[in-house]
Design a protein around this ligand. Structure first.
Ligand SMILES: NC(=O)c1ccc[n+]([C@@H]2O[C@H](COP(=O)([O-])OP(=O)(O)OC[C@H]3O[C@@H](n4cnc5c(N)ncnc54)[C@H](O)[C@@H]3O)[C@@H](O)[C@H]2O)c1
Length: 311
């Protein structure tokens, strides 16, 4: 049987969005859940992702209808993997569970089938530790919401063959994604290392009393953040001159956080039970702020930005 399909395992927050992207790229896509109810609910979420993209003119009506037809919900891993050339694991972030699943998938599919994990924080080298063919295993880290955010980090394990990563990069470009290859299997992959540096200093600024949480967020959203889709930090220092960048580092770096342990301020908030939105307060008082509105604003902004990027 010719292997032409893709399987996405996991029907939580991420799996359905990834499956939607796969189907929109023209792949017959199986979304696999542990129970038929979970698989069907996951597929409904995939269809919603496609609808959202179509309603916002990010994909054509015909493409959306074709994608809907290419999606299938299943609970049967063995049967689902008989005709796929790529298996994407997007289940709970637990090393042992992922290791068992990888070992099982590896035993089912021939070595040319790529097996990737959507892990945000685990090392793919360890996830694939019990596979016979680690050279075809890799991380493909989609960002939430997967059907809207273009970035996919393709992280190579100690054993991933370069051709596996290069093939995925080529495929993901055809999916209209923005894949980047990360050549070392380190915590934080690529983009989360940068995000953590930003979060560390954002928390530090609040702790120092330099600015309020609101002003910290405004300074990012309305300052560097608004130009970043077109202007990366390295492009920025190339534009201003590396000599100037060096002298700014000389002045600013000694005064900013270089903590290598989690923030004491963050720990205090957590110890007091102020976990953010889910408990009603953290840096913000959520009785005065609307998370749903914020999420809608985020998604609307991303969709507007995508329309500009695609035009
Ligand atoms: N949530 C995010 O923002 C985000 C972003 C990027 C990557 N990730 C990563 O994506 C993966 C999935 O995250 P999520 O947020 O969708 O998790 P989730 O908890 O929302 O969903 C996980 C799903 O996996 C299923 N599952 C667990 N064990 C399974 C098994 N053995 N076989 C089949 N299904 C199984 C659960 O039933 C659940 O539906 C994780 O590795 C996570 O780190 C998450």
């Amino acid at each position: 049987m010719k292997r032409e399909g893709i399987a996405v395992i996991g029907t939580g927050l991420m799996g359905p969005g990834i499956a939607a992207c796969s189907a929109l790229a023209g792949n017959r896509t199986k979304l696999i859940g542990r129970t038929i109810d979970k698989a069907r609910a996951g597929m409904e979420k995939s269809l919603q992702c496609i609808r959202q993209l179509s309603d916002n003119q990010l994909v054509g009506k015909e493409q959306a209808e074709e994608a809907n037809d290419l999606l299938e919900a299943s609970t049967d891993i063995e049967k689902s993997l008989t005709d796929v050339y790529w298996v994407i694991e997007s289940i709970t972030e637990n090393l042992e569970t992922k290791q068992k699943l990888f070992e099982f998938i590896d035993s089912l599919v021939p070595p040319e089938v790529i097996i990737s994990s959507n892990t945000s924080g685990l090392r793919i080298t360890e996830i694939a530790q019990y596979t016979k063919h680690p050279e075809r295993t890799v991380t493909t880290h989609f960002w939430f919401p997967a059907h809207l955010v273009p970035l996919v980090e393709v992280v190579m394990s100690d054993g991933t063959e370069e051709k596996t990563a290069l093939k995925l990069k080529e495929l993901l470009l055809k999916w209209d994604k923005a894949p980047v290859i990360v050549r070392k299997d380190l915590p934080g992959q690529l983009a989360n290392r940068i995000l953590q540096a930003v979060i560390r200093e954002a928390v530090n600024i609040v702790q120092m009393g330099l600015a309020t949480p609101e002003d910290v967020d405004t300074s990012i959203k309305m300052g560097m953040g608004i130009r970043m889709p077109a202007w990366g930090p390295l492009e920025h220092i190339e534009a201003v001159g590396l000599d100037l960048a060096l002298s700014v580092q000389n002045t600013v770096l000694p005064g900013i956080s270089n903590d290598t342990v989690p923030s004491s301020y963050l720990r205090e908030l957590v110890d007091k039970g102020n976990l953010g939105y889910k408990t009603g307060s953290g840096f913000y008082d959520w009785s005065k702020k609307d998370m749903k509105e914020l999420m809608n604003k985020r998604d609307d902004f991303i969709m507007k930005a995508l329309r500009i990027i695609k035009s």
